[in-house]
Ligand binder design. Structure first.
Ligand code: NAD
Length: 339
């Protein structure tokens, strides 16, 4: 099977690419290449690679592929801050355009990297049927994409919506702007596990390897198992309060202590998610838990991330990196590369 993988140079994409190649999928990678590979020197390369903006993909780019794994996009809430219209354009409009092109040329499966942030602020434990409450431009772009993608479903074209939990763990292109990775980086470089909110918000967590495995599982599934379906990706045991995450990190990292920067600041994103459906319908079970993930990150970073300079480097922080590219004039205001 030939897979068109967008975002193959990113935090999750690099891990998924490696798994796809190990499973003998043929892969065409497509990525604009905003962020340098930040953590590992060795680079895994797909059989074909398009350095291209997803806004410009043509049918010719897609010919011969059987499935799309769509991960490219502006990948977190704060990036919506640069320009919410761009988040809409890149994450939503381009997703639908790509799906329509794929359908027109007979690609059979479109696996979309959505997010549990679609649930936004919710007191109850949410399932795939729960009311959505996206709080940010990023989360709205995911919800809008899902709603349009599912309409494209027919017997020949199977969109699959994966609502991934917040990811942690080591990847060749590491991000330190995600909660678990961030708090570990903060602990190692400053001795403080610094929370920017009161820590009471709930977050479902997912190891990067498990997220990649969910995509592989959906590629291998029969059409009926996945066509037009929404799946929360994670595990019921992976729901944690931010303060709990911090406590686990404090136990693991010597001489670290929790610092709550602003006790009055409540995070407006808090959700606890039920993950039964993906287990019951696809037999998908995560392999990692938070304790093992913290150990993995700690072991990989403890000799590298000892300075604040290293931890704060823009290569690990998506919003910071894009702002730097803008300031340097490498990309235009529309986030396209110059030339
Ligand atoms: N990391 C998480 O916690 C998480 C959770 C839920 C969902 N997701 C989703 O999974 C996907 C991957 O996340 P990630 O953490 O690997 O993000 P990432 O930022 O590390 O990777 C995204 C990749 O997309 C590329 N990209 C961005 N805009 C592009 C464009 N216009 N054209 C072509 N390429 C472009 C970037 O260069 C980057 O390599 C994203 O869609 C994200 O929203 C991530």
């Amino acid at each position: 099977m030939k897979v068109f993988l967008t975002g193959h140079l990113g935090y999750v994409g690099t891990v998924l690419l490696e798994k796809l190649l190990a499973e003998n999928f043929e892969v065409v990678g497509c990525d604009i290449g905003y962020y340098p590979q930040s953590f590992e020197d060795t680079e895994i390369v797909p059989q074909n690679f398009l350095k291209k903006d997803i806004r410009d993909i043509t049918k010719e780019d897609l010919y011969g592929c059987n499935a799309i794994c769509h991960l490219a996009g502006l990948s977190n809430d704060p990036i919506g801050e640069i320009n919410p219209k761009l988040t809409n354009e890149i994450n939503y409009l381009s997703t639908i355009r790509l799906a329509k092109l794929s359908k027109e040329i007979g690609i059979e499966r479109f696996i979309f990297s959505s997010s549990c942030s679609a649930y936004g602020l919710n007191e109850d434990i949410v399932t795939e049927q729960s009311q959505l409450a996206p709080q940010t431009a990023y989360a709205k772009s995911k919800v809008n994409s899902e709603q349009e993608l599912v309409k494209l479903r027919d017997i020949n074209f199977a969109p699959v919506m994966l609502r991934n939990a917040t990811v942690y763990g080591i990847s060749p292109n590491l991000r330190l702007d995600l909660v678990v990775n961030n708090l570990i980086g903060s602990a190692l470089s400053t001795g403080k596990i610094k929370l920017n909110s009161d820590g009471t918000a709930w977050r479902p967590l997912l190891h990067v390897e498990d997220m990649a495995d969910a995509f592989v599982r959906c590629l291998k599934a029969s059409k009926n198992e996945v066509n037009g379906k929404f799946f929360n990706v994670g595990s019921n045991q992976g729901n944690h309060k931010v303060i709990e995450i911090a406590e686990k990190i404090a136990q693991k990292i010597p001489n670290s202590e929790i610092e709550i920067a602003n006790k009055d600041n409540k995070d407006n994103r808090s959700y606890k998610v039920n993950f039964d459906k993906i287990y019951e319908e696809l037999g998908f079970k995560t392999k990692w838990n938070l304790d093992d993930g913290i150990k993995q990150i700690y072991d990989a970073m403890k000799d590298k991330c000892l300075s604040l300079e290293y931890f704060s480097d823009k290569s690990f922080h998506r919003l910071k990196y894009l702002k730097w590219l803008l300031e340097k004039g490498t990309i235009n205001q529309d986030l396209r590369f110059k030339n």
